[in-house]
Design a protein around this ligand. Structure first.
Ligand code: COA
Length: 173
């Protein structure tokens, strides 16, 4: 499946549906309230402002089946070589290798972008995402116990990290 760069006009509604499904039904997102199209507009604006990639995969009819992106890990300058990523596949498209394709390409994109570290912050009960990250060479370098509370229970957050060979010549400033 060819990968595309997502845009607000064509893809925001499908992305919103994936985010909101995750909010309603899972601990993939530590949020209670569904997002809106205004939130999506802000989301795209932030990605564009930071020149961050938004990779997607469409089906034959042009419907978005999944997407992956990254953004800042922590908003301080010396974290500039580290990114935190997110990946979502529509519920009826999972288990077909799309998540693996998206995350594999996101890793290549991060290397081309001169990044050094990718971080996935994953709820410890999100076994599918953890298995995907392990398969692509991420390792768990920390678990933060009881940092979230959703569905009436405490949530533990695992930090899955992959260190890249890039950039060739990291510099301050
Ligand atoms: C996590 C997610 C992106 C995986 O996408 P996917 O397209 O279903 O994954 P793939 O089909 O590409 O699977 C690739 C590998 O990931 C692992 N994997 C994916 N889903 C799995 C599951 N439910 N259980 C166990 N392993 C799983 C397997 O190792 C699999 O390789 P294999 O098929 O050779 O065993 C998808 O389930 C999703 O969008 N979930 C909801 C949102 C979410 O949790 N996002 C991540 C937030 S951190």
């Amino acid at each position: 499946m060819p990968l595309i760069q997502c845009n607000y006009e064509q893809h925001a509604a499908a992305m919103l549906a994936m985010f909101n499904d995750a909010i309603r039904t899972s601990t993939a997102l530590y949020e209670y309230q569904e997002r809106s199209m205004t939130d999506m507009a802000n989301w795209f604006a932030n990605k564009h402002a930071g020149q961050y990639p938004i990779l997607g995969i469409e089906n034959d009819q042009g419907v978005l089946m999944g997407f992956a992106s990254y953004g800042p890990f922590r908003a301080f300058p010396a974290f500039k070589y580290t990114v935190e990523h997110a990946i979502y596949v529509a519920a009826d498209c999972r288990g077909q290798g799309l998540g693996e394709q998206l995350l594999s390409q996101l890793i290549l994109t991060a290397e081309q972008d001169g990044r050094h570290t990718m971080i996935g912050a994953i709820d410890t009960n999100n076994h599918g995402s953890i298995a995907l990250h392990k398969k692509l060479g991420f390792s768990c370098n920390g678990i933060l116990p009881q940092v979230g509370f959703k569905f009436g229970r405490w949530l533990d957050l695992a930090l899955y990290q992959k260190t890249l060979a890039t950039p060739d010549l990291p510099v301050d400033g």
